[in-house]
Design a protein around this ligand. Structure first.
Ligand code: FNR
Length: 340
């Protein structure tokens, strides 16, 4: 299967995926407060994450590009929605466009539709410093994501097998890039051991990309004849990963993603330490089912949910959510008790 075909098959698999394992977010309850000192007009969604200043803590996370007409159309529509609502948006891996000039348009369309917005470039850990700089230039990007996807590559029969120089690669890129560099997982979560390694090479921004939403074990397994079913639920749940990273690296600029379904999950992520949160699969499914109009409505609902919970908790901006009273149950609580 060519790289372009694989990208289309990922999109089709994600759109089909409607059943998920139990979410770590369902194992957290926020404590309701009956008296709020706020007026709705005082609420603001303005968010800061390190050097990034954003109108909302919600962003559209890395998905696609480089697969021809269909991925260009999806990126264009996602970017139109991001522009309309002034959200940050990350593109999918640009590695293919760094090798084949003809694929650049599927990414550049995002900057065209969102001219003054926050656009985030995306590369793999195999990228050289020169490729990182070209990926940033291609989009006039405001930040760069480098994705960690060892498990995905290993389940792909044609995936990479040698990761021995990846930490040094990341270090070189960080030293030579002047915009924020975000290290992200793709749905398997980041442990405290990994966070410590990232801290030691100067990484400042971490998107935990935890388990609970889009599963690349399942997606890649569906393309293998000898399905490696036992690995389908591999990974660290998102809420747990947020706690793991903070334990090892409390001053990291922390970003949540992986299995965030709505504004309430986003608030739980921010109570658990995230500055902002990304959604990928749910955005794609909404776009495919309900077009840009449906996606705009979904973004409005997410913003309303965040503001309603903020107001109830007496919090006027997202940065004040961290550590608000909550309880944890089940596997999430066990995991945190044993690891932290
Ligand atoms: C992704 N994701 C992803 N991440 C990345 O860093 N580079 C990429 O090229 C891609 N490609 C990609 C394609 C598709 C179709 C999806 C749905 C996702 C991973 C994504 O950014 C995110 O980390 C995970 O999907 C988990 O978030 P959700 O989907 O549970 O919100």
């Amino acid at each position: 299967m060519s790289r372009a075909q694989r990208k289309i098959s990922h999109i089709n698999e994600v759109v089909k995926q409607t059943q998920f394992e139990p979410s770590s977010f369902d194992e957290m309850d926020i404590i309701h407060q009956s008296l709020t000192p706020l007026n709705w007009d005082q609420l603001s969604l303005e968010t800061k994450c390190g050097e990034l200043s954003l109108r909302s803590p919600l962003f559209i996370n890395a998905m696609t590009g480089g697969g021809g007409f269909k991925t260009t159309e999806i990126n264009q529509k996602l970017a139109i929605a991001a522009h309309e609502k002034d959200l940050a948006i990350a593109v999918g891996s640009q590695m293919s466009a760094l090798k084949d000039e003809e694929e650049k348009n599927t990414y550049e369309v995002v900057r065209r539709e969102h001219p003054n917005g926050t656009v985030i470039a995306n590369i793999g850990t195999e990228a050289t410093v020169n490729q990182a700089l070209r990926a940033i230039d291609m989009l006039e990007a405001n930040a760069l994501q480098i994705h960690l996807n060892v498990m995905q590559e290993l389940i792909m029969p044609e995936g990479d097998r040698d990761f021995s120089d990846r930490l040094q690669n990341i270090e070189q890129i960080i030293k030579n890039v002047s915009i924020p560099v975000i290290i992200k997982e793709v749905g398997f979560g980041i442990s405290k051991e990994t966070a410590l390694k990232l801290k030691n090479i100067g990484v400042e921004y971490i998107d935990v990309g935890g388990r609970g939403g889009t599963s690349f074990s399942k997606i890649e397994n569906n393309r293998r004849e000898d399905r490696l079913q036992s690995l389908n639920n591999w990974g660290i749940p998102t809420l747990v990963s947020l706690k793991e990273v903070q334990a090892a690296y409390p001053s990291a600029h922390l970003i949540a993603s992986g299995g965030i379904r709505h504004g309430l999950d986003g608030v739980k992520a921010m109570i658990s330490g995230a500055n902002m949160f990304g959604m990928a699969g749910p955005m794609l499914r909404t776009l495919v089912d309900e077009e840009v109009e449906g996606l705009l409505k979904k973004i409005d609902s997410i913003h309303d949910e965040i503001k309603i919970v903020m107001m109830t908790l007496g919090v006027s901006k997202p940065s004040e959510l961290k550590g608000r009273p909550h309880v944890l149950f089940g596997k999430t609580k066990d995991w945190i008790n044993q690891r932290l």
